[in-house]
Design a protein around this ligand. Structure first.
Ligand code: NAD
Length: 483
């Protein structure tokens, strides 16, 4: 497969190169080999992208929602037709197994394009009667929206931000993560092939400085970031300076509570999905697994048996279900946390070692006997490291689950109906799961509370974050004034 893109950037409907920017090597995580090089955007490239977006946006907003939606739905069809190639590229970019990318990346991006494409024609204001007079509201786009992506779901993030923004009549400038710059270019290509007018979806490459240059530019009306909490704090502050709208999809250290009456196999499945999918590099992962002490050993035994069945290997092999980490850097972060966990006295119950083969492979890791104060129970690791903590009492475990600055997701496994809903209501988290974990369909709002974020992606809720209401007051009779 051709992994070197035609050029680094996609601006005003075409590929654009400027090799005077800092080179960014793209590494295939399964081998450590270089598979492409792109160049970070220079100030001139950033300027060109924002200029193109600004120029194109007005005419796009003036089109009917039906027309805009038709283009997005056509792009969704093209993405589905090319799912195989897009999934292979995503696997090269991220190292995630093809078994995952073929069902969770371009397909999820296509879902967003289809969903918001369908919704574009339904976006309206409302009529408010005030006696004989009345007010109507117009739902208007924000203008130019900047999207900044993380490296774990590059295609999905490019579409989750692009689809609602375009549906509402905005133009987009998207900066992928420097670790995974390839697939957003394909999203741009497909959107334009589907009929998107030039300038409405631009992709510029680069590190944090390029993101910062976009966030502080006066031509930008909204910033949507998917990234870590420290980056979120910087980007939110910079956006506030310019009074820009924001969506912040940030990190987490989410809890999963397994009660003694839970179906153990389902709870183990939830813990696997919430800790080891994408080699643990998922923001909403339930990495603090609170297991009732009566079932703890049974849970750990079943978990170990199920982990023994993981197929670790070449991510292109369709039977592989646990691939490498995205980068050597990310693997080192995870291994350093494992060393800290051992030093703090947690019991290493499973795996946790680097695997001696090319690429950035490590074993899935489970710590037992973890206590709330340990670093591995407090900080986001963003790797395949599960912390199992004991509990006995419902009130106590809910308080411990919530005792964190994060609030992205939370899960509960129990067969007690009322307890399940009581716990879901008590969780301080934006996305909660009962007897499941890590589902993220486009139909449901997704996002965090507390330090995990601001705003929601997906669902009807996303429309509120990519449009604004204008109120128009209409007087039907004469107007009285005091003098
Ligand atoms: P990161 O914060 O290092 O980088 C995210 C993006 O921000 C990158 O594109 C980076 O270049 C850019 N950036 C960095 N500094 C910037 C600045 N000062 N101004 C503007 N842009 C800047 O995160 P990462 O390592 O790429 O991704 C992992 C993190 O993302 C984890 O914390 C994870 O939980 C989070 N994440 C959250 C979600 C979600 O939906 N909540 C989804 C995926 C990942």
């Amino acid at each position: 497969m051709q992994t070197q893109p035609k050029a680094s950037h996609f601006i005003d409907g075409a590929y654009v190169e400027d090799d005077s920017g800092t080179p960014i090597d793209v590494i295939y995580p399964a081998t450590g080999e270089k598979i492409a090089t792109v160049y970070a955007a220079t100030p001139a490239i950033v300027d060109r992208a924002l200029d193109a977006a600004r120029r194109a946006q007005g005419a796009w907003a003036a089109m009917s929602g039906t027309e805009r939606g038709r283009i997005l739905r056509r792009a969704a069809d093209i993405m589905r037709d090319r799912n195989h190639d897009l999934s292979v590229l995503e696997t090269y970019d991220t190292g995630k197994p093809y078994q995952e990318t073929s069902v969770a990346d371009a397909t999820s991006g296509a879902d967003a394009l289809e969903y918001f494409g369908g919704m574009a024609a339904t976006l309206t204001g409302e009529h408010i009667q005030l006696g004989e007079d009345w007010v109507y509201t117009r739902r208007e786009p924000l203008g130019v929206c900047v999207g900044i992506g993380a490296w774990n779901y590059p295609t999905q993030i490019a579409c989750w931000k692009g689809a609602p923004a375009l549906a509402c009549g905005n133009a987009v400038v998207f900066k992928p993560s420097e670790t995974t710059p390839l697939s957003a270019l394909k999203v741009a290509e497909i959107l334009h092939e589907a009929g998107l007018p030039a300038g409405l979806y631009n992709v510029v490459q680069g590190m944090g400085e390029v993101g910062a240059a976009l966030v502080t530019d006066a031509r930008v009306d909204k910033v949507s970031l998917t990234g870590s909490v420290p980056t979120g704090r910087k980007v939110y502050a910079a956006a506030a300076e310019g009074m820009k709208h924001v969506t912040m999809e940030l990190g987490g250290k989410s809890p999963m509570i397994v009660f003694e009456d839970a179906n153990i196999e389902n709870a183990v499945s939830g813990a696997i999905l919430g800790n080891f999918y994408s080699s643990g590099q998922v923001c909403s992962n339930g990495t603090r697994v609170f297991v009732h002490k009566d079932i703890k050993e049974q849970f750990l035994n079943r978990l170990a048996a199920r982990l023994d069945a993981a197929v670790i290997g070449d991510p292109m092999d369709p039977t592989t279900n646990f691939g490498p980490m995205v980068s050597e850097h990310q693997m080192k972060i995870a291994l350093d946390y494992i060393a800290k966990g051992e030093a703090e006295g947690a019991r290493l119950a499973y795996g946790g070692k680097a695997i001696d083969r090319p690429g950035f492979y490590m074993q899935p890791c489970v710590f037992a006997d973890v206590t709330d104060d340990m670093v591995i129970a407090r900080e986001e690791i963003f790797g395949p490291v599960m912390a199992v903590l004991d509990f006995e009492d419902e009130t106590e475990v809910l308080a411990r689950a919530n005792a964190t600055e994060f609030g992205l997701a939370a899960g509960v496994f129990t067969n007690n109906l009322t307890r399940a809903h009581r716990i879901a209501a008590g969780f301080e988290a934006g996305t909660c799961y009962i007897n499941t974990y890590n589902d993220a369909p486009v139909e449901a709002p997704f996002g965090g509370v507390k330090a995990s974020g601001v705003g929601r992606e997906n669902s009807k809720a996303a429309i509120e974050h990519y449009s604004q209401l204008k109120s128009v007051y209409v007087r039907m009779g004469d107007l009285e004034a005091p003098f």
